[in-house]
Ligand binder design. Structure first.
Ligand code: GLN
Length: 444
């Protein structure tokens, strides 16, 4: 057990003897399936779930010679920004005492920051790789939608999420991306990235001479002064190395958080329907105190369905899901319901299209866009649990990128006066991972 609670399960999975990651440890977020090793998603619902197969990314890690030291703690089903909603207890920030590590991949960022794994995989639906990377002072990449297979990733909001690397340096993160990227016959949304020279790791050459950076003013407006100051210091550093920057407008991002949460919760309400205690998850009869077998048998005796299944499903879900997950399933179900679908879900999809268009226009005149990754430094532990809306707003700078399906990296920009880590986010055009890696490597 790490003192900061970074792992849910510490169990070593050995990879091949040779390969680009031989001799390196890669921790894996606990919503990514590992054959024979339990995969809990940070939920009591799956506390005993042992997947019968490996996610494609895990297969690729093993083929590349990596050793997986364990499965990392996370916000339940990826729903959170602080890694405090895990059924296995919160994760502490190993580099900022008393503060959250960010979320939802907080365990993955924490084990890398603490040196308990060389590298880690996270998943990012609305910032869950970039936020913890920023809060723990490490590097995180959210790939273009479709670059990395989601086969074996337990879905939260599948139209938004991607698996990606967390690492101490940009080059390390890029090496891990080289291993996991590429089409997969098990995930029809994956595609071959357009031809480009060299590996992702080779792009980490720190050469920003002539790079044009757009700075969306909307993403600075709501940010803390100390964060903005650190951001501009890092921009000055890039400028001194030959990059130039100009302001750009992304008017639609004002609505991005709302649109993101409507879409994410709607997809979650559908994806999490499978956790009913029969197909997956705690048995509802266990949850209500009786033995699952007894209840199943008595149902069988009365000819199968005897009217109790609903109750059994409800018990399983009441017992197995935490408060944040329940809130989102309820809101998502509401947003998709007949009569409200057009008012919420359809509007959110329109906003998503608008956000995409704004990014495309801004990226016509800039190679990459830069902003603070998070508008605030790492919060105090416990601070945001009672105030979900404030927590959702902390995702203002990361969620637009998922809505637009674009790649983004968070690199350490420096620290606030109080010594708290600040991340700088660079967003690139679709499949422009090399551009953001190159630019990020000039800083970290
Ligand atoms: N904080 C966001 C949410 O709770 C993002 C989570 C994620 O990327 N998995 O939905």
């Amino acid at each position: 057990m790490t003192a900061y609670n970074g792992y849910v399960t510490e169990e070593t999975i050995e990879g091949a003897e040779d390969g680009p990651l031989a001799g390196r440890t890669v921790a894996v977020k606990d919503n990514i399936s590992t054959e024979g090793v339990r995969t809990t998603c940070g939920s009591a619902m799956l506390s005993d779930y042992v997947p019968p197969y490996d996610a494609t990314v895990v297969e690729r890690l093993k083929d590349a010679g990596a050793t997986i030291p364990g499965k990392t703690n996370m916000d339940e089903f990826g729903m959170g920004t602080t890694t405090e909603t895990s059924a296995f207890g919160p994760v502490e920030n190993p580099v900022a005492e008393g503060r959250v590590p960010g979320g939802s991949s907080g365990g993955s960022a924490a084990v890398v920051a603490a040196g308990d794994a060389d590298l880690a995989l996270g998943s990012d639906t609305g910032g869950s790789i970039r936020c913890p990377a920023a809060f723990c002072g490490v590097v995180g990449i959210k790939p273009t939608y479709g670059l990395v297979s989601r086969y074996g990733l337990v879905a939260y909001a599948n139209s938004l999420e991607q698996i990606g690397p967390i690492a101490p340096t940009v080059e390390d993160a890029a090496e891990l991306l080289d291993v996991i990227a590429g089409p997969d016959e098990h995930d029809a949304t994956t595609q071959e990235a357009p031809e480009a020279d060299g590996s992702y790791a080779a792009a980490a050459d720190g050469d920003v001479d002539g790079l044009s950076i757009g700075v969306p003013t909307e993403l600075l407006d709501g940010a803390d002064d100390a964060v903005v100051e650190t951001f501009w210091d890092a921009m000055a550093d890039l400028e001194a190395q030959g990059a130039s920057y100009h302001e750009v407008d992304l008017p639609s991002v004002e609505h991005a958080v709302e649109a993101y949460y409507v879409i994410a919760m709607s997809e979650a309400s559908s994806n999490l329907a499978r956790f009913d205690g029969v197909r997956y998850g705690l048995s509802g009869s266990e949850a209500s105190g009786g033995s699952g077998d007894e209840q199943r048998e008595s149902a069988g005796e009365s000819g199968g369905y005897d009217g109790n299944w609903n109750e059994s499903f409800a018990n399983a879900r009441e017992e197995g899901f935490g408060e944040e997950v329940k809130r989102r399933i309820l809101l998502g179900t509401y947003a998709l319901s007949a009569g409200y679908h057009d008012k919420y879900y359809k509007k959110a999809q329109d906003a998503r299209a608008w956000v995409k268009q704004d990014f495309d226009e801004a990226l016509d005149d800039a190679d990459v866009l830069a902003s603070p990754t998070m508008p605030v430094p790492p919060m105090q532990r416990g601070e945001s649990l009672d105030d979900p809306l404030t927590m959702y707003l902390a995702d203002a700078n990361t969620t637009p990128v998922n809505l637009a399906n674009l790649p983004a990296i968070s690199v350490p920009a420096g620290e606030t006066g109080d010594g708290l880590p600040v991340g700088l986010q660079l967003v690139g055009p679709a499949f422009g991972e090399r551009e953001i890696i190159r630019a990020g490597s000039a800083l970290a």
